[in-house]
Structure formats: structure tokens, C-alpha cells
Design a protein around this ligand. Sequence first.
Ligand code: TRP
Length: 470
Amino acid sequence: MSQNREQWGSKIGFILAASGSAVGIGNIWKYPSIAGENGGGAFTIVYLACILIVGLSIVVAEFVIGRKTQLSPVGAFEQLAPKTNWKWVGYLGVAAAFVILSFYGVVGGWILKYIVDSFSGGFIELSGNTKAAEATFNSFITSTLSPLIYQIIFMGLCIFVIIKGVKGGIEKWSKIMMPLIVVLLGALAIRGMTLDGGMAGISFLFNPRFEDLTASAIVLALGHSFFTVSLGMGTMITYGSYLNKKQNLVTSALWVIFLDTAIALLAGVAIFTTVFALGADPAQGPGLIFVILPSIFPQIAGGTVWATMFFVLLFMAALTSAISILEVVTAYFIDQKGWSRKKATVQFGGIITIVGVFCSLSLGAEVIDGNGQDVGHGINLTGFLGMSFFDFMDKLSAKYMLPIGGMLTAIFILKKWGLTNYMSELKIGMDKMDLSSLLVRALLTISASIVAFIIFNEIYFQITGKALIG
Ligand code: TRP
């Protein structure tokens, strides 16, 4: 363990950084759109249960491994299980970071473009016209150059923050941006609730419609509970490695999960109250943010300001998540290869940006014109992958890499490191709390089993075309 490893400046700084990682596009874009489509409150109940069982136990596990070893994932597994293959769980995490950040950076770029558009009044001509908003969005993301420019700016900002290090970069910016996200989202939620008919959005989001809660929605809730708290690739191991021994890791994890969930629910309220007040289609799925919102914001008083606020807060959420992904890669090269922070960040931030360029270009590969002709101009790998490279990277990480990483982390503690060792590190900093190791074992076992089932279900589906559930 190096004497001069960087450390968080304060407890609150650490909690804001870790929840900054957790709160991202997943909370503000994905949660509302999948909850809306899958039974509203019924989905939310399942999601909350998943977060409390699986999410909480694995966040704590990652914090414990990081704080114990003071190393990022590869080094951490190597230290706790020397000369075994467990370090591959760490490598899987670094690889997942590459995969996720490559497409996350592209979406980050879209958000920047939507800030510019909303601020400059570009949504006004889309007012009330979903078709036009959809055409605008599609033509932007499938075009060649302009999404790349925004993506490169977004990735440049990530690199800028990460070069400044743990305290001067990640912690500093999380402390600024996280409170702003809450304030802006709170204002949007209040605005939404006070619109005529806005309250119907709340009942849509929270009234349980169990008839819409299919088995596949349950699987979706589980998968999402992983992604939304940034699990399975060592983000929380890395953030935990900058901690000293004074913190209570269980309360810290509870804070992260609470903030993550609260912000997802608040985003749902802000979005659906507005959608319902203006009579738009709530079950739009992915189009909710980039298509529906631009077409309805101009219809409310001060719409330009509200729309800009929304995309600015979405940008801040995306940035505090993206930096946590880049930090996993940077920390690997610092800890294991002895590189300087600057060299690691610039080189690998650059490489990830280039992979992201391919993700972005893959979206323009198939553009069918009015005569059914493919006039696409991007990079077409669809024949080879069965989907665009962008979707491939998304599915590869969310469906396989993260769940596998999270499951192996739980198994590692139960089978390799041992519960006794785990509990003795976990208890440091927990003076007033008592935790039964039986409960911890049960939670880790349940989490690993649930996740194993999901992975198996997905692989079974890929092979046979039929899922066991879902
Ligand atoms: N949790 C973030 C979101 O909800 C995304 C994210 C950041 C992430 N770091 C991660 C997901 C690590 C998985 C693993 O958008």
C-alpha cells in the first residue's frame, strides 16, 4: 500500500462522489421510462426490493474490498487472493469500464447538444409535434460529425476532472454538482405537480398496475438495480480504496442507495407530471427524454428555461457517473503499472473516446429512406453482431459483464476471502452498530443466487429463444 495514496477530504465528499457515480442517465432517463412501461408502482416496488437486497449488499462488499486493500479492483483481488485467478474479476471490471464509457460518452454528447438546443430556443419549433421531435433526434444521432463533436467535448470534460485527482477533481465536482441536481430536479418536480392535470402523472408512476408487471419486467428491475448503483465493475471498490478506516461503510452505502433511489423517483415525478399535464404519451420508453420532453416543454410558461434546466441537470448526472467509470481505468494504470495520473487518464480517456466514435457511427449505419433504400453512411456491423455496435456495447455490459462481476464479488467473499475476514474489515468504523454475520451471509448468498439466475436466464434465452422467466 502506497504511503501517499490519495484520500477523500471528508465523509460527505465521499458519499457525494459515490452517489454521483450512482446517479446518472440510469436514474433520470432509464428508470422513469421502464417504470412507465412496466406497471408503474408495481415495478417500483420490485425495484426497491432489488436495491435493498442485492444493491445494498454488493455496494457494501465493494466498499469493504476497496478500503481493506487500498487498491483498485485488479490489485485488490490480487492482494486478497494472491496467485489465483480472482484478479480476473478485476480485469473484467476494467474491461467493463471501457465498454460502458464508450457508449455512455456518446449519450453524454447528446445531452450537451440538447442543452445547446433548448437554450437557444431550438425546441420551440417542435412544440406539440412529437413526429418532428423524433425526426430531429433521429437525424442528429445518425449523422456523422456533429454527435462526435459533442461526444469528444463530453469525454474531454471527464478527462479534465479525472486528471485533477480524487480530492481536487472527483470530490470537488461531485460536491458542486450533486446538490445542484437535487435543487434543479426538485424545482422541476414542483413545477410539474402544480401544472393542471400534473398529479395524474404521480398516480401513473406510483399506482401499482400489477397486470403490467410481467416476469420480464421483474428481470428488468433486477438488472436495472445493478446498473443504477454502479455495481459489478469495481467502481465502488475504487472509490472505497480512497477511504480511511473511520467510516461506517453500511451507513455510507445506505446513503448512496437512498440518494440514488430518491433522485430516480424525483425524476419520475418531474417527468410524468409534465407529460400528463400536457397530454403526451407516457409509455414512450427510450424516446421519453429526447423526443417527448422537447416537444412538451415549449408548451409550458418559461419552457425554454425549464427545458435547459432539465438537460443541464441530466448532464451533471451523466458527468459524475462517467468520471467514476474513467477513474476505474485510470486507477488500474496508476496502481498496477505505476503510471502517472495524467498519462493514464489522457491515454485511456483518449482510447475510450475513439471506441465511442465507433459506437456513435454505428447508429448511422442503417438509415432507410422513403423508398426503402438503405442510405446509411455509418459503420455497419449489424450483419456481424446482429445489432448496432452501440447496442452491442450496451447489452454486453448491462446483461453480462456487470451481473457476472457482481455475482463473482459476492462469491469471492463467501468462498475465498471468507466471511470472518470480511466481517472484521466491515466492522471497522461501525462502533455503535451491530451486524450479524448470519444476516450478511444470507444477503450475499441471496444476491449471488438471484444474479446467477438472471445471467443463466439470459444465456438460455440467447441459445433457445425462450426465457425461463420473462
Ligand atoms: N450508475 C450510473 C447510472 O445510473 C451509471 C454507471 C456509472 C455505472 N458507473 C457505473 C453503471 C459502473 C455500472 C457500473 O447511469
